[in-house]
Design a binder for this molecule. Structure first.
Ligand SMILES: [Fe+2]
Length: 238
């Protein structure tokens, strides 16, 4: 989009900016994101977990309204559900308050439905390269399997919202159900090749800084020391 002031973009830390008193949210250090168009008031939330109502309150206090949800992947710390014996709130709680499309990768839809209890028919499935328009803001959905089969990243206006595919230091684990070491290598390489040096906004705060340029991440993140699949498998302990 051309007018920079129209873009509304907020990075919110769980246990601090939302779900402030939730001990699990504090420990997990998830980031949720709000992406909107200030002029039309449309806004999407990326990965609403723990306290979806807090996230809705924040964007509504800023004068926007929710028009959709983007899901990076199905893990309960991103969408709610049962994790380590705890019931985390998330998508289901959000949809009780407002009915909006939930955008998932087609390879993640079954998993998201199972974890959240939301019927498959209430999820909007996408292919790699699809775009979701939020007012005048176009968000490109990138399929980046590896952490999970249908993990996806979001590219908009010089920003890469990377979910649990790429952190500033390291990447998402590949040893959970549906994880795949080789797919992760290919996904990370594809992200590294993105043009325009976008700023990387990860799904967790596992580093000093909360965001960094992709060129910096390529220089400093050990996941980019492996230049081929054999090296990568060794890095990942395969
Ligand atoms: Fe995850």
């Amino acid at each position: 989009m051309s007018e920079p002031d129209r873009l509304y973009f907020r990075q919110l830390l769980s246990g601090r900016d939302f779900a402030a008193n939730d001990v699990i949210a504090q420990q997990m250090r998830n980031f949720a994101y709000l992406i909107g168009d200030r002029e039309t008031g449309d806004c999407v939330v990326v990965d609403p977990a723990y306290a979806a109502n807090d996230l809705l309150d924040i964007l509504e206090n800023d004068g926007l309204h929710l028009s959709g949800v983007l899901v990076s992947h199905h893990h309960p710390d991103h969408v709610g559900g049962s994790m380590m014996g705890f019931e985390l709130k998330g998508l289901a709680e959000l949809l009780e308050r407002v009915s909006v499309p939930v955008h998932v990768n087609t390879h993640e839809a079954d998993w998201v439905s199972r974890v959240t209890g939301i019927p498959l028919s209430d999820l909007t499935s996408h292919e790699h390269g699809d775009k979701v328009a939020v007012g005048a803001v176009d968000i490109e959905l990138l399929h980046t399997p590896g952490h999970t089969p249908g993990s996806q990243c979001f590219l908009l206006d010089g920003r890469l919202v990377a979910g649990d595919t790429l952190f500033l230091e390291g990447c998402g684990r590949t040893d959970f159900p549906g994880g795949d070491v080789d797919e992760m290598f290919r996904s990370l390489q594809a992200l590294a090749a993105l043009p325009g040096d976008p700023t990387v906004f990860p799904g967790h705060w596992y580093s000093q800084e909360p965001s960094a340029s992709l060129s910096d991440v390529r220089k400093t993140n050990y996941v980019y020391r492996a230049s081929n699949l054999d090296q990568w498998r060794m890095v990942m302990g395969g």
